[in-house]
Design a protein around this ligand. Structure first.
Ligand code: ZN
Length: 233
C-alpha cells in the first residue's frame, strides 16, 4: 500500500488538504495596496532576493500550497480569521495612539462581552498561521499547537509578540523559519516573523522572544504590551 504523503494532508484533522491558507492575509494586502493594484507589488525574502511580482490580492503567490481541508479552513477556523481581521483593522486605525501607549486593550477591539472568546480566537489564528508555516516547511506541527484549538486548557510552549512598525512597508516580505536542533538533529524550537504592513507578529515555540519585541502573549491576558520593530531592513 502506498503511503500517503503527509504534506498533502490537512495538518489539523488529517483529511486530504484541498485548500490553501493565506500566507499574507488578503485583508492586510488590500489595506496596504488597495483592491486593484495601481502599481506592481513586489515580494522578496529578507535579503531582497527571490523576487515575485504580485498581480492582485487574489494571487496564488499570497497563499500557502494546499495545507488544510475545506472544513478546517472555511468552517472550523473562520472565527479565528475574523478575530484577526478585527485586530489588524484596529491597529491600522489606532496606530499613532498605540505607538504612544505601547499597549493594546483587547476589550476595546472585541467589546467586553465577547472579549474572552474572541481573544482566544485571535490567539488561535496566530497558532493557525504558525502551524501552516511549519507544515509548509515539511515539518510536523507540534501537538501543543493543535491543543490551542481545543479550548482554554493548553500549555505555554507557544507564544507571540506584536510589534508596531515604524512606518508602513512598501512591499511584502517573507521571513525565514528558524529553529534549533538537538545533538540528534531533531527540531526543538521554532521562531518565525510575519509582517503585516503596520505591525509585525513574532511567533515562537519552545523559545523566548526578546523583550524589545513586546511582552510575550499566550492568549490569556486581555492586554498586549507591544514592542517597536526596530531593525527591519
Ligand atoms: Zn481538516
Amino acid at each position: 500500500m502506498a503511503m500517503t504523503d503527509i504534506s498533502k494532508l490537512c495538518w489539523i484533522c488529517g483529511e486530504i488538504a484541498t485548500t490553501g491558507e493565506h500566507l499574507h492575509k488578503k485583508t492586510d494586502v488590500v489595506a496596504m495596496f488597495g483592491d486593484k493594484f495601481s502599481k506592481r507589488v513586489v515580494r522578496t525574502n529578507l535579503e531582497g532576493k527571490d523576487k515575485k511580482f504580485i498581480q492582485s490580492p487574489n494571487s496564488k503567490e499570497l497563499m500557502f500550497r494546499n495545507n488544510l481541508c475545506a472544513k478546517c479552513n472555511n468552517e472550523t477556523t473562520q472565527p479565528f480569521d475574523r478575530a484577526y481581521v478585527m485586530f489588524a483593522d484596529y491597529i491600522r486605525k489606532n496606530l499613532s495612539m498605540l505607538t504612544r501607549e505601547l499597549e493594546i486593550n483587547l476589550n476595546l477591539i472585541f467589546g467586553k462581552r465577547d472579549a474572552k472568546e474572541k481573544q482566544q480566537n485571535l490567539f488561535r489564528y496566530f497558532a493557525k498561521a504558525f502551524g501552516c508555516r511549519l507544515h509548509d516547511a515539511g515539518l510536523s506541527v507540534p501537538q501543543a499547537l493543535k491543543d490551542i484549538f481545543g479550548g482554554a486548557n493548553y500549555g505555554n510552549t507557544y507564544r507571540v509578540c506584536v510589534c508596531l512598525n515604524s512606518e508602513k512597508l512598501g512591499g511584502l516580505s517573507i521571513f525565514p523559519l528558524e529553529g534549533d536542533q538537538n545533538e540528534r538533529g531533531e527540531s526543538i524550537d521554532y521562531y518565525w516573523v510575519q509582517d503585516n504592513g503596520w505591525f509585525t507578529v513574532v511567533h515562537a515555540y519552545n523559545r523566548q522572544i526578546p523583550s524589545e519585541y513586546g511582552d510575550e502573549w499566550f492568549g490569556k491576558s486581555k492586554r498586549i504590551v507591544v514592542g517597536k520593530w526596530l531593525d527591519l531592513p
